[in-house]
Design a protein around this ligand. Sequence first.
Ligand SMILES: C[S@@+](CC[C@H](N)C(=O)[O-])C[C@H]1O[C@@H](n2cnc3c(N)ncnc32)[C@H](O)[C@@H]1O
Length: 211
Amino acid sequence: MEFWHQKWSTNQIGFHRPVVNDLLAKHWPTIEANQGTNVLVPLCGKTLDMHWLHDKGHTITGIELVEEAVHQFFDEADATPAIHQEGAHKRFTADDVTILQGDLFTLPTDAVSSDAWYDRAAMVALPSTMRQAYVDQIHSLCAPGSVGLMITFAYPQEQMQGPPFSLPNQEVFTLFEDRFEVTLLETVQLEDEKQRGISELTSSVFKLVRI
Ligand SMILES: C[S@@+](CC[C@H](N)C(=O)[O-])C[C@H]1O[C@@H](n2cnc3c(N)ncnc32)[C@H](O)[C@@H]1O
């Protein structure tokens, strides 16, 4: 946890993208989230993807550990959120976008009411020992029938220290498939990262339906 506080306080946030994720824009219609439904965005950082989802008519509930990230998100949107303490978490809300600041893993299940979720650089930000707990928490926070879009990375783990950690497609099936319908929508090769000494890096997009 200290790791992420330090990343934000020293502005080492290379994971943050100045544009909306093209795989989100391409595949979001495929998962057929209900019109206007609330979208849970775990480990949201200050991603612009939340604005894109909001522009599509969704309300948003992001979950983010580091308060500095939450302030940056609303400041950069020129929004002044209402702030309420809720137990160990702080709720920031402006214009149908809420970010719950605090640890995803201690969030009470009744704090969120979503039947869709979006994961980009969330599950892959966690070490492999936390993956099962992540799947359990998504399962608890989302109602049966909820649809999710998840974007992962995979590469030879010995060639780079995470995060992002390598999450092979087969492991996604293994972790989710007893409680979710799992569909692999696309796998793309990422060429840019080869400059970092990684021999092969792919990004995969999954549709996940909570059973
Ligand atoms: C790799 S970044 C991705 C952020 C965002 N999804 C994006 O695409 O830009 C992971 C984020 O998760 C946050 N985070 C890490 N552990 C968390 C936890 N246990 N609960 C909530 N947020 C967490 C970090 O502070 C960081 O902003």
